[in-house]
Design a protein around this ligand. Structure first.
Ligand SMILES: [Zn+2]
Length: 601
């Protein structure tokens, strides 16, 4: 091996067109392939081409990480003055984590980022991407030779957070003849022919391996390639825009350490306590890829927001260790300890408003019904609370599934990460089974979440509402779980009400709740909830006929399912305002002038 780094360079020519179009590009709404193509067929389109030289400065570094930027030099035509602009700095990433394509099935992207300055001194960025779609074997040529691009003001890299002032978009392609010329243009800094040949073969082999990871037909997919891929750090808090973030561990009486995370913009007497669903975590409330509920609450005057990672959180390993925990344990041990800890830190006079989701909601309602927690200012419960009911297909799965998986298959848990495990063992057949009936997308974790939580295509959310980045990191956002929670929910389904698993001191949580004084409670659900369809409506119908009738309300969100009520990219416009409106009625927080209820029933 030579002492200096092996360089490779080649020339690439792409030709196509652009169209002037001014708009603000936001991470939540990247243009789709169809939008690029339809815009580009517009009559105002203009021809455009570039010829650039791409230099891989260090072949070894590139081999270690194919997303390592290479340098691009050359010129491109000025969009406004039809004269050449020198590329000041240019970066090319051959295989990088998808970020620019809104297609759910994009596995890798190639990025071209060129910084330019026009003759008037205005700075521009040309950002182009090619997308490699999962298992789209026959599309290899088309996809690796089609570049979708934006031209935006200023010099900035593609960034999923920042908005860009786009002035033009377009599509470029490589012709077969230009591709042949590109192949002939490959050269290195090596002296001997054999060394050069070896270096180029290494480069092409890396290209082929990466392309194979993307395009391999389903049967051959090598998911280990995604083990280290995280669109965002796994439990990041970078999605929270303002305030101080602190974590407060506490112990439960039955021997677990859990934690509360506090997002404090301004200390307040009215605090909000969030409870995630089973196998998700606080992460579902602080997602950076869209305007999350913590930021929304902060902006609407609820400055002190807490989130409880109870024992079912994917931030902890407890779900993956054999255990016999049920929702009773969450209700009895986790929630009271968390509320006590919160009051110890904020003061006894603090007014706690709870927003709970899914099993977090079943558990909180059970905890309140059993009298383990008191003095709650208001409750928002999503999807399910005191009368769980599921689709009949999910019910059939629930009847035998836990025993088949636990006793026959010998699994301690089931997880959306199963398709990503090596070999053909642990849980792969579950994924293959799901895959054979699923055509809604090609994301293995999405299929497994549908398998684990209900019946639908997909089951847990409406794809419309899910940001592409969320979809790609589902395996980071949802964890695995053992089967005892399922068994407990199954018991509730058979009783047609929330009841305790514990037979020694049985509690019917629904009946207990009917006797208690309920705080103002808003039961919510998506109209397309396929996990617990109609469950909260049923709870509402029952509770509204009791002495608590006037305190309970029910609201549905059109086009929403189960999980997307919090994890959807449009929630800040379509869901959260209704929750804030409710909280506001029961908290001493001044009204914000722009508040609107998006929709409701
Ligand atoms: Zn999906």
């Amino acid at each position: 091996m030579s002492a200096t780094a092996t360089r490779i360079e080649f020339t690439e020519k792409m030709a196509g067109h652009f169209i002037a179009r001014k708009f603000t590009l936001s991470a939540a709404k990247p243009l789709s392939r169809a939008e690029f193509l339809s815009e580009s067929s517009h009559s105002h389109r203009r021809d455009f081409a570039f010829t650039v030289t791409i230099k891989v400065p260090d072949l070894n570094k590139f081999l270690q990480d194919p997303a390592t930027p290479s340098q691009i030099s050359g010129k491109i035509t000025d969009f406004r003055f039809s004269e050449d602009m020198q590329i000041e700095r240019g970066y090319f990433q051959l295989f990088t984590t998808p970020a620019a394509s809104p297609d759910f099935d994009t596995v890798k992207e190639m990025h071209y980022t060129l910084f330019l300055t026009d003759r008037e001194g205005r700075k521009w960025t040309f950002f182009g991407f090619k997308e490699l779609l999962k298992e789209a074997t026959t599309e290899l040529w088309k996809q690796t030779t089609t570049l979708y691009f934006y031209l935006w003001e200023g010099h900035s890299t593609f960034d999923t957070y920042a908005e860009k002032n786009v002035h033009a978009i377009g599509v470029l392609r490589i012709s077969v003849a230009d591709f042949a010329r590109q192949m002939a243009s490959f050269k290195t800094n090596l002296n001997s022919f054999s060394e050069e040949k070896k270096a180029l073969l290494t480069y092409f082999k890396a290209f082929a391996e990466n392309a194979w990871q993307a395009y391999a037909p389903f049967f051959f997919t090598t998911t280990t390639a995604r083990w280290n891929e995280h669109a965002y750090p796994v439990h990041t808090t970078q999605g929270v825009a303002e305030g101080e973030i602190t974590t407060h561990p506490f112990d439960t009486r039955d021997g677990l350490t859990l934690s509360l995370q506090r997002f404090c913009k301004t200390p307040a007497r009215d605090v909000v306590l969030l409870l995630h669903g089973l196998t998700t975590s606080t992460d579902m409330f602080i997602m950076p890829e869209h305007k999350n509920i913590v930021n929304h609450l902060h902006a609407q005057g609820f400055g002190d927001v807490w989130s409880l990672d109870w024992r079912g959180s994917s931030r902890f390993p407890y779900n993956l260790i054999p255990h016999k925990y049920t929702i009773d344990d969450v209700a009895r041990f986790d929630i009271p300890a968390a509320v006590e800890k919160l009051r110890a830190l904020c003061g006894e006079e603090v007014r706690i408003h709870v927003i709970a989701h899914c099993v977090g909601s079943i558990a909180f309602m059970a905890s309140y019904a059993a009298g383990y927690v008191r003095n709650i200012a208001s409750i928002v419960a999503n999807s399910v609370s005191l009368t769980p009911q599921v689709r009949w297909q999910a019910f059939l799965k629930m009847m035998a599934g836990p025993e088949i998986l636990e006793n026959l298959a010998g699994y301690p848990y089931v997880s959306p990460k199963m398709p990503y495990l090596p070999g053909r063992g642990f849980g792969k057949w579950l994924y293959w089974m799901e895959r054979s009936i699923r055509h809604e997308c090609k994301e293995p974790a999405c299929h497994m979440i549908s398998f684990m939580w209900g019946w639908g295509f997909p089951a847990a959310f409406n794809h419309r509402n899910i940001h592409p980045l969320t979809h790609r990191r589902l395996a980071d956002l949802f964890g695995g779980t053992g089967f005892h929670y399922y068994k407990h929910i199954r018991k509730m389904l058979l009783h047609k009400a929330s009841v305790s698993w514990d037979e020694r001191t049985p509690i019917n949580y629904l009946e207990e709740m009917m006797k208690r004084d309920l705080p103002p409670t808003l039961l919510i659900s998506g109209t397309e909830n396929q996990i617990f369809p109609g469950s909260n409506k049923k709870t509402y119908d029952i509770l509204s006929a009791t002495k608590n009738g006037l305190k309970v309300r029910y609201q549905e969100f059109a086009q929403y399912g189960h999980q997307d009520v919090f994890m959807g990219q449009y929630c800040h416009e379509e869901v959260f305002p209704a929750l804030v409106e409710f909280l506001r009625e029961h908290a001493a927080v001044a009204s914000a002038p722009k508040l609107r209820i998006a929709r409701g029933s």
